[in-house]
Ligand binder design. Structure first.
Ligand code: BV8
Length: 261
């Protein structure tokens, strides 16, 4: 960690748990970077080896309704391959630290909302409770005719593109580019952003909207805003403090500043 990080973490700890007061209203936004240490490759990182089968495809061009409409077999193969990767992955120290932070904050009179852009459900498997899936989940799939949700078995689909019980195409229950985010997720984000006191942006390149705009709403609400990311992003200059490094190292160090709850 950089030399100034311990001082920044002490400052953040004092904002999370001000002396002689209740804990803060906390919101966390996470992206693919927090799952990188679980072995799940990020969307825009340089390490493309994970997509060996897909090295010539850009996730952004595959994560669209148009791509699915053009070639449902290829897109559903890519998503099923990613789904199996998510099921095989384990939550890492960053996921586990956020679950501990939630328990600490809510146990001391504060509130905690975890907004994630990730579709891998690793936050939930780490024990986080109040998780808002902004971009849906790859673990569930949806009938394109009835909208019925189902959770496929932990093995690969037997044929592609997979079909629902109604005989229609099945698609992953994720939000593709050009699709609206779930209303309930947007409402939960809007509600939290009105009263947030400490806002974290963790492991996200902050280029996908509307999630990338949440930090500005948090600033407008007067929150203390923090970025924890491996590299600079478009919001690095908009936050009160930015910490360069791995979430799996920095978040446990933050918990230590809070007495390792
Ligand atoms: C919508 C799900 C209404 C599927 C994904 C303004 C307002 C509203 C919309 C738009 C707008 N401008 C443009 C748009 C359209 C578009 C958009 O934002 N485009 C961008 C590219 C310009 N938005 C939409 O279409 C959204 N829909 O708003 O509907 C609408 C519709 C049309 C037009 C207007 C309005 C829907 C967006 C959701 C798309 N679905 N995924 C799937 O997963 O396959 S997005 C995809 O990108 C993933 O969800 C991913 O999470 C997300 C963001 O990426 P990141 O998570 O940030 O991952 P990335 O790899 O980029 O970065 C990782 C970071 O971690 C890096 O910085 C790295 O350095 C760091 N890192 C790595 N390791 C670590 C680490 N940090 C810490 N520790 C580590 N160990």
């Amino acid at each position: 960690m950089q030399p100034q990080t311990p001082d920044i973490l002490r400052l953040i700890a004092s904002k999370l748990c001000p002396p002689n007061s209740r804990a803060a209203h906390v919101m966390v936004l996470t992206g693919a970077g927090i799952s990188a240490e679980s072995g799940l490759r990020t969307f825009r990182g340089s390490e493309r080896d994970m997509f060996t089968l897909w090295k010539d495809f850009d996730p952004q061009t595959l994560a669209t309704p148009e791509a699915f409409g053009r070639d449902p077999e290829m897109v559903s193969r890519w998503y099923d391959w990613r789904r199996l990767g998510c099921l095989a992955a384990e939550p890492n120290a960053g996921h586990l630290a956020l679950a501990r932070l939630e328990r600490f904050i809510t146990g001391n009179g504060g509130s905690f909302t975890l907004l994630t852009q990730n579709v891998d459900r690793l936050h939930q498997r780490a024990g986080s409770r109040n998780v808002v899936e902004l971009h849906g989940s790859i673990i569930e799939w949806r009938c394109t005719r009835t909208g019925m949700l189902s959770t496929p078995p932990t093995t690969a689909f037997e044929s592609f593109p997979p079909k629902s019980a109604a005989g229609a195409l099945l698609r992953p229950n994720v939000v593709w580019f050009g699709e609206m985010l779930p209303e309930a997720a947007l409402a939960a984000a809007a509600d939290g952003l009105e009263r947030v006191e400490v806002f974290f942006s963790i492991g996200t390149s902050s280029v996908v909207y509307p999630a990338a705009g949440f930090v500005h709403q948090a600033n407008a609400a007067g929150a203390f805003t923090v970025e924890i990311n491996a590299e600079d992003t478009p919001i690095s200059r908009a936050v009160d403090r930015t910490i360069r490094g791995a979430a799996g190292t920095i978040l446990p160090a933050l918990l230590q500043q809070l007495g390792n709850p």
